[in-house]
Design a protein around this ligand. Structure first.
Ligand SMILES: Cc1cc2nc3c(=O)[nH]c(=O)nc-3n(C[C@H](O)[C@H](O)[C@H](O)COP(=O)(O)OP(=O)(O)OC[C@H]3O[C@@H](n4cnc5c(N)ncnc54)[C@H](O)[C@@H]3O)c2cc1C
Length: 454
């Protein structure tokens, strides 16, 4: 074994597993430490009665290429499936209402559907139209998504459409979320066209007469679930230690919670954000660990299809003002037909962070009952065949205003620590492709630093 290529990876989620793959490809001998008893981190696929149950992420954005490239390199590209689309709904004013045709990420781009929709009052519609004449809101300093959208489009469009759609992606609230770190594309659009409505419209390809709109969606997944990806990455690891918590990392040195120490040529941190501070002992890492994270509980419920209200589409989001404990409901069997056997339905509901603390001490059965009660306020469902509850406690990093500065300060500090790199959802994006991207870059930095030091 080439002594120069001894690499340690801390954390066995998608970030750590991808880092293991890229390090192995670069010729390294890879050791991976994982604190829990399984690899995969937030990715967890379970099979039951012919259903493919995703307990964490269920797919990823197709337009971000790195993960698809990785899947292709692993020879899994034949198993890629694309999400289905259909009518999008929002539960607002105690009713499921269709999103106006032409809305992109909650931003209206078509005139007549916006005029005809019953989602907003006339006042709200006119206020949204002011976007066409208002000056730019972003002036070079980070602001919250809430401030940006409320100023451009007014409160009605934000509360009924944008907030439920965008906040769900980060399980956060728009007034916390940094525009620079979460959706910088809106800054680019505003800089270019000033009006968001005109900018989003320009980005939407025109529908040609007689051509059916695409039925396939923007997300990709794997036919047998994302757990398959984790298993395909496993052979990249030469030494895998599960139930092995890393206590600290210093230059070229890993110390385990049991006190054992080992030296490596390169170390890549891919843990959850809360551990960066304790492991590195750097003030900038402590800052990242202390940044806000949110919790959610997801409940998967399997049904006979006849027991679920039949609607076209793949699910809906729920406006906050409705006071429902759920933030969204995905009709997984429609979004991802491979996830349910024929004539069966699979629903996944998300319980919002405000309701999580009260539920934490309750049993899975009690949580599932609660979720079904909330769900039945919105749509008809019968008795489920089974339910599966998953608690995601403190797991979702919130990219608050100023996030980029914290990350920059951390990365500058870390670059002074020889042989140590970090990657993962706290840094440059929470999506699976972002995590894989950051793993790939961390590996190339570690390899470049090693090569330079030889
Ligand atoms: C409910 C939910 C749904 C989501 N849905 C999607 C989706 O559909 N699409 C999408 O793109 N993204 C989605 N995301 C986001 C995405 O899943 C995560 O950002 C991503 O999986 C994070 O991967 P990671 O490897 O960085 O972290 P993790 O998966 O959290 O892995 C970190 C690992 O480090 C280990 N660890 C921690 N401390 C130590 C230590 N001291 N020593 C050793 N090991 C340690 C942990 O046990 C864990 O296994 C979702 C997130 C959640 C919570």
């Amino acid at each position: 074994m080439n002594r120069l290529n001894k690499i340690a990876i801390i954390g066995g989620g998608i970030t750590g597993m991808a880092a293991a793959y890229y390090a192995k490809q670069a010729g390294a001998h890879v050791t991976l430490y994982e604190a829990s008893n399984r690899i995969g981190g937030k990715i967890k696929t379970v099979y039951r009665d012919g259903f493919v149950l995703e307990c964490g992420p269920d797919g990823y954005m197709a337009r971000k290429p790195t993960l698809t490239e990785l899947i292709t390199e692993l020879g899994l590209d034949d198993d890629l499936v694309r999400s289905m689309t259909g009518t999008s709904y929002i539960y607002v004013r105690q009713q499921l209402r269709q999103m106006p045709d032409g809305s992109v990420m909650g931003i209206p781009t078509k005139f007549w559907p916006m005029v005809k929709t019953d989602l907003f009052t006339w006042r709200g519609k006119l206020r949204a139209g002011m976007d066409l004449v208002l000056p730019r809101v972003y002036t070079g300093t980070d602001i919250s998504l809430d401030k940006f959208f409320r100023t451009r489009l007014g409160s009605e469009v934000v509360d009924a459409m944008i907030e439920p759609l965008l906040s769900g992606i980060y399980n956060g609230t728009l007034d916390d979320m940094s525009i620079e770190s979460t959706f910088p594309q809106f800054i680019t659009i505003e800089q270019k066209t000033r009006s968001l409505i005109l900018g989003m419209k320009a980005l939407t390809p025109p529908v040609q007469a007689g051509v059916k709109p695409r039925e396939s969606g923007k997300f990709l997944s794997l036919r047998q679930g994302l757990g398959v990806l984790i298993e395909a990455l496993r052979p990249s690891i030469d030494r895998l230690y599960t139930e092995t918590k890393v206590a600290s990392v210093r230059s070229h040195e890993v110390t385990l919670a049991n006190g054992m120490t080992e030296s490596f040529d390169g170390i890549i941190l891919a843990t959850s954000p809360d551990m960066l501070g304790p492991i590195l002992g750097l003030p900038e890492a402590e800052t990242l660990s202390e940044l806000k994270r949110t919790s959610s509980i997801t409940v998967l419920a399997a049904f006979d299809e006849k027991d679920v209200a039949a609607l076209d589409g793949t699910g809906y989001v729920i406006a906050k003002a409705e006071g429902n404990a759920l933030t969204a409901c995905s009709w997984m069997h429609k979004k991802w037909p491979h996830m349910a056997p024929e004539n069966k339905a699979l629903l996944r509901v998300y319980i919002g962070s405000a309701f999580v603390p009260d539920l934490l001490t309750q049993s899975d059965d009690a949580i599932a009952e609660f979720a079904l009660r909330e769900l039945r306020k919105i749509q008809h469902v019968g008795t489920p065949i089974f339910t599966k509850v998953e608690r995601h406690i403190d797991t979702m990093p919130q990219y608050e205003v100023g996030h980029k500065q914290y990350v920059r300060a951390f990365e500058e500090q870390l670059s002074t620590l020889d042989g140590v790199e970090a990657c993962g959802a706290i840094l440059h994006g929470v999506g699976l492709p972002d995590c894989v991207d950051s793993a790939k870059q961390a590996v190339s930095r570690v390899m470049a630093r090693q090569a330079a030091s030889v």
